[in-house]
Write a protein of this length. Structure first.
Length: 229
């Protein structure tokens, strides 16, 4: 028989580090840490122009059953992000504005889920950000046990409770909790490098030249000609 648990206490990264990673932008963090942790293009935002960073509170649910999402609300803390994964594919609308109201009251910053959400207009209006695989009005039941704050797999990425979730218009990236400070250091290095590169591009330099791509094109056999006869 499978064991179903609700783990009340988890370790979290330093909140200041989480906040900075969240505001740095998913693409920058993803590049800075070695292009790992991206959960894939199928997890998309229902809103635009929102950046968040938070500690993962994980939920493992049965498809079409949202009882464990309700159970997870109790263990959430300010600054958390709820990460919901199903044991099999699901297109059900497992989350809506009522659960979001509870999460907002507890200071939760958003939801990442591999199933569907409903009440999307209300969610956007109330300012609760969601990244999800589907939008669906299909209802759910509350009959099947699952677990809260156990390791889950989202888009091939293992999410441990307390890992850092970074999410914006570009998608969702997971940073391992133990690597959060290192990830921020690498992210800040990349931001500085990008700022310097942006200044050079703004001044009229070509990336083709300062990246050394012109010679690379020649080495690849690409010819420069003035016209095609």
């Amino acid at each position: 028989m499978n064991r179903h648990v609700i783990v009340r206490e988890i370790d979290r990264a330093d909140q200041a580090v989480i906040d900075e990673l969240g505001q740095a932008g998913v693409a920058t963090v993803h590049e800075a840490i070695g292009r790992v942790g991206y959960v894939g293009p199928h997890i998309r935002p229902i809103q635009q122009g929102t950046k968040i960073g938070g500690s993962a509170v994980t939920v493992l649910s049965h498809p079409g059953d949202n009882i464990m999402i309700h159970a997870a609300v109790e263990v959430c803390r300010p600054g958390d992000v709820l990460v919901v994964v199903n044991t099999a594919p699901s297109t059900h609308g497992m989350f809506g504005d009522l659960i979001a109201t509870s999460l907002l009251a507890r200071g939760v910053r958003g939801l990442v889920m591999d199933a569907g959400v409903r009440d999307t207009m209300d969610l956007r209006a109330m300012g609760f950000p969601v990244w999800t695989q589907h939008v669906s009005c299909q209802g759910t039941v509350k009959n099947t046990p699952g677990s809260v704050n156990v390791p889950v797999v989202l888009g091939g990425i293992t999410v441990q409770p307390g890992d850092v979730i970074c999410a914006d218009d570009d998608g969702v990236v997971v940073v391992e909790r133990a690597d959060a400070a290192w990830a921020l250091e690498k992210t800040n290095e990349r931001l500085s490098k990008e700022a310097a590169t942006r200044a050079r591009l703004h001044a009229g330099e070509l990336g083709l030249d300062f990246y050394g791509l012109r010679d690379k094109l020649v080495d690849m056999g690409v010819e420069y000609v003035d016209r095609l006869d």
